[in-house]
Ligand binder design. Sequence first.
Ligand code: ATP
Length: 365
Amino acid sequence: MSSALNDVAKAPLPILQLVDVYKRFNEFTAVSGISLNILDGEFLTVVGPSGSGKTTLLRMLAGMEAPSDGNITLRGELINNVPAKQRPTCLVFQSLALFPHKTVGENIEFPLKVKSVPPAQRKERALELLRMLRLPESYYGKNVMKCSGGEKQRVALARAFAYDPDVLLFDEPLSALDYKLKKVLEKELKDLHRESGKTFVYITHSLEEAMVMSDRIAVMSAGKIVQIGTPESIYARPETEFVAEFFGEVNKFPLVRDPERGWFSADTDSAVTLTLPDSLQGAQAATLIVRPEYMRFASAPDEFDNVIRGSVFNEYSLGSRIQYQVRCGEKSVLIEIPRTLARDAALDQQVMIGWNAADAFVAEA
Ligand code: ATP
């Protein structure tokens, strides 16, 4: 077998495939020509601004909306019009939809009861799921309304697992929880994904959530997927300014190509050394993007590929990291360094800041 064929043979199979999928509501196109393979067992997170079409996409996967155009297949079978109940998918909402007057056990067992699983077996599975979701077995008989927010979220997850779906679809399940609990549940969800081996498709506004949990992140804008890849690749190699800015703070330098000076930043009045992507080889203008954490204070002008001078305008403590705002002429530049490497940069002190070409990215202007 050729090595290319070998690679194909080894690649994980898609469980869900979307081919040129559209969803229109009257004149409005909420999802606009999405093609996507969701791999069996992966944790795929969909992020994007409000109104970009994330929930509509998820609802089509769940069978709550049919595509206006294009095809969705599950293990090769067309499921465009297969209703939610007949799909091996389960949707977990932020609002949970638990039965308020029932016990934790009754809530978790509901899907099993529907399938006429005998009571003893139901209880056994519910207790197993309580353990899996790190809830005490004694909660089995507890009224679900007496549980805390985080516990209710775990009960809702246990109930979703009781359906034994192949694909779990999550619509911002943690958004109503406080920060600390969110942080705990993010990691627990990632652990659950690993333990269960199921496919997770997760929607969130929170970039932190997406970064912590996902195998791959799809970034949506105006109904389209504008970039998809591992969290690392999306963060470090965004293909557009939109994706770069969506994933955290950035310093942007508008650049022009000068016949004598080469690539040149008018803002800082300096020539810039950069790595130009193939797609921009012929361009006359571009935007250089450098994340604050790839900037450093320089002690010599040749310490980095690029060094600019400025004065410290302000300092912001972020806990384990410190950000400095440095004014370079009219331009404000943010630099962020671990507290352990922080130097005492007095306000108004003249400094040099630098970055290497490989740590910056260039987008179309
Ligand atoms: P958010 O993050 O705010 O939940 P989203 O990315 O999930 O947003 P969707 O809920 O998918 O976005 O909505 C995308 C667009 O489609 C929005 O402009 C919304 O108003 C529109 N839309 C969604 N459902 C319907 C509907 N049933 N009828 C008409 N328009 C709809």
